[in-house]
Ligand binder design. Structure first.
Ligand code: ZN
Length: 283
């Protein structure tokens, strides 16, 4: 089944750059998008991530939210003729402040799907305040409501198919419970990879301060080891045609290398930008 992915624009965030790419441009402000992804053409409409609750809530991390009327999740869905209640599943790459802020707008018969390890992390206190109270309290309400929440145990079960052509797998990066969402498209698999990659240019295409060949720079915000982060990125690059992180425009990948970007509303879609190859040998 050929599925299509629509890019939803939940608004931007301004933050300090070394949060994105380890030790890079410390003290400088960066502005990044916050995307959600709508998977259409399958058994049911499926949404990946819900963005951040409000501009105000980003201040708890010293960040600035820039969410405007058009970025409201109901307006983003309306662009595709959908209402909140039309979404069957919300898949969460993870539960950080900018990924699970709008679940409470959805009816309880829209099922939120979360890797159980991520739910545990969200109440551990270890990454406070990246898991804000209002978002997590709502998920606890779902936990106590029939059909409102589905847990996965991806580290133990291996990948799990949610609807035909949409599979969740453990990301093994960013947070302990992060998951990736793999979507079968007409042009190969797309991997919605959460915050495992923040910035293609500075981490992968021209990785800052990395002298080794085919070695990636990690983000400035991860819970595990750098080795894990690098291996998780390597796995993404070597197994998928499209990579769709939440805070950078999607990339087209060939033989483990980023060969283009898609800055458009639909994946697959026309490649709008080819990528200069500093580090690569012609094939
Ligand atoms: Zn994020």
């Amino acid at each position: 089944m050929a599925l299509e992915i629509k890019v939803l624009d939940y608004g931007d965030i301004e933050l300090e750059n070394s949060f994105l790419v380890l030790g890079h441009n410390c003290g400088r402000t960066a502005r990044v998008p916050v995307y959600g992804f709508l998977i259409l053409g399958g058994q049911y409409p499926v949404l990946v991530d819900t963005g951040y609750r409000s501009n105000e809530i980003m201040q708890v991390l010293g960040m600035r939210g820039m969410q405007f009327h058009e970025n409201m999740i109901e307006n983003q869905l309306a662009q595709h003729g959908l209402k909140l209640g039309d979404i069957r599943y919300i898949l969460h790459t993870h539960l950080h402040i900018d990924h699970a802020g709008k679940d409470d707008l959805f009816p309880m018969n829209t099922t939120s799907v979360i890797n159980r390890r991520e739910m545990e992390c969200s109440v551990s206190g270890l990454m406070h305040p990246q898991y804000p109270q209002a978002d997590i309290k709502h998920l606890i309400d779902r936990l106590h409501t029939p059909q409102a929440l589905r847990f996965l145990d991806l580290e133990l079960s291996g990948p799990i198919e949610i609807i035909p052509g949409v599979v969740c797998e453990a990301a093994n990066a960013h947070t302990e419970g992060s998951m990736n969402v793999i979507v079968e498209t007409a042009e190969g698999t797309a991997n919605i990879c959460g915050d495992v990659i923040y910035n293609f240019q500075d981490q992968i295409i021209d990785p800052v301060r990395i002298p080794q060949h085919m070695e990636w720079q990690v983000t400035g915000n991860h819970a595990g080891s750098k080795r894990q982060e690098k291996a998780a990125i390597m796995k993404l690059l070597n197994n998928h045609r499209f990579l769709l992180p939440i805070h950078d425009i999607p990339a087209v990948v060939d033989h483990g290398q980023v060969i283009g970007r898609i800055n458009g509303p639909t994946i697959p879609g026309p490649t709008t930008q080819s990528v200069p190859r500093r580090n690569w040998f012609p094939v």
